[in-house]
Design a protein around this ligand. Structure first.
Ligand code: 3HC
Length: 292
């Protein structure tokens, strides 16, 4: 099957990034949101990112040409003729299932449904629809326009041709796809989450300060983003949610949330997006580690 028209559910950080790379790759894209104000915010981010990429000379066309293939909508019916729909809405199982159930009746029968979830079971999401063989995971990484990886996730019910179509589609987006199966966290979060939680535990145990642990991993291992910087970047609420899903699945201590992470989330310190997390972003150009 050929993919021509792409639907994206959600115009937040991940949804807008996915829409941007699909538009850049030449696909016609419709992004669905519940309110126009979320579309406006997401599209402003896309325009800023496209301008930056154009300035660096990494866009093959003008930002306007890419933007011309992207459309926002608040009407589900406008996604009816999409060949693939990629969902990137908030990580809430019940919300996602409700949305899939409604869209299943609206979107054409042979369209592929893909979720960008980082931790929720693809198999469980799939049960909200009557197209289990056409349901997969496509897990992108933040910031989507820059990060090359896509995890292509299959369930025991995914049809081979659907999986291969999605794999090829990821390539056409200019990404490097990896094959993985529906085990919570897939490849990256299975390895990344225990590492990030260990950084918090190391701090709790007094192994080093936030800055020193951060610098150690950047300068000693060459990681592009330091652990506490990355935690604040991903979002502490998001990380906390992921720990719950992963701990619930595996019942292993390495996936359990350290007490400090829980307290930061309870206090509303979600990281960069809320202005405060392990670092204080009052001056975004010079974040200062908080005393925790
Ligand atoms: N679009 C276009 N350009 C962007 C951009 C975007 N969305 N975001 C950043 N840039 C630009 C910056 O403006 C900057 O431009 P400049 O060189 O002209 O100043 C350039 O990219 C480089 O950015 P920075 O100088 O800020 O920093 P880096 O050199 O460190 O590169 C990075 C940024 C590629 C994000 C790098 O830090 C990195 O690889 N970080 C790791 C990110 C990561 O691990 N992501 C995965 C998170 S986990 C996840 O998403 C899964 C989920 O399930 C939890």
């Amino acid at each position: 099957m050929e993919i021509k028209k792409v639907g994206v559910l959600g115009c937040g950080l991940m949804g807008s990034g996915i829409a941007q790379v699909a538009g850049t790759a030449g696909f016609d894209v419709t992004v669905l949101e519940v309110e126009q104000k979320y579309l406006d915010k997401g599209f402003a981010g896309i325009e800023k990112s496209l301008a930056k990429l154009a300035e660096k000379g990494t866009l093959k066309e003008s930002p306007e040409a890419v933007r011309g293939r992207l459309k926002g909508s608040t009407k589900q019916e406008e996604l009816a003729d999409c060949d693939i729909v990629i969902e990137a809405v908030i990580e809430n199982l019940q919300e996602k299932k409700k949305m899939y159930g409604t869209l299943d009746a609206i979107i054409k029968k042979d369209a592929i449904f893909a979720s960008n979830t980082s931790s929720i079971s693809i198999t469980e999401l799939m049960t909200a629809t009557r197209r289990p063989e056409r349901f997969i995971g496509l897990h992108f990484f933040n910031p989507v326009p820059l990060m090359k990886l896509v995890e292509v996730v299959r369930t025991i019910a995914t049809a081979d041709n659907v999986y291969e179509t999605a794999y090829e589609f990821s390539r056409k987006l200019g990404k490097v796809p990896v094959r993985t199966s529906d085990k919570t966290g897939f490849i990256v979060n299975r390895l990344l989450v225990p590492y990030l939680l260990d950084a918090i535990r190391a701090y709790e145990e007094g192994v080093g300060s936030i800055e020193d642990i951060d610098n150690a991993m950047k300068l000693g291992c060459g990681y592009p983003m330091r652990p506490f910087t990355l935690l604040d970047f991903v979002g502490l609420d998001t990380t906390y949610y992921i720990t719950h899903v992963m701990y619930d699945e595996f019942k292993e201590q390495r996936f359990a949330s350290p007490p400090l992470l829980k307290r930061l989330v309870m206090a509303g310190w979600y990281g960069r997006k809320s202005g405060k997390g392990f670092y204080d972003y009052s001056d975004p150009n010079s974040p200062k580690a908080n005393r925790l």
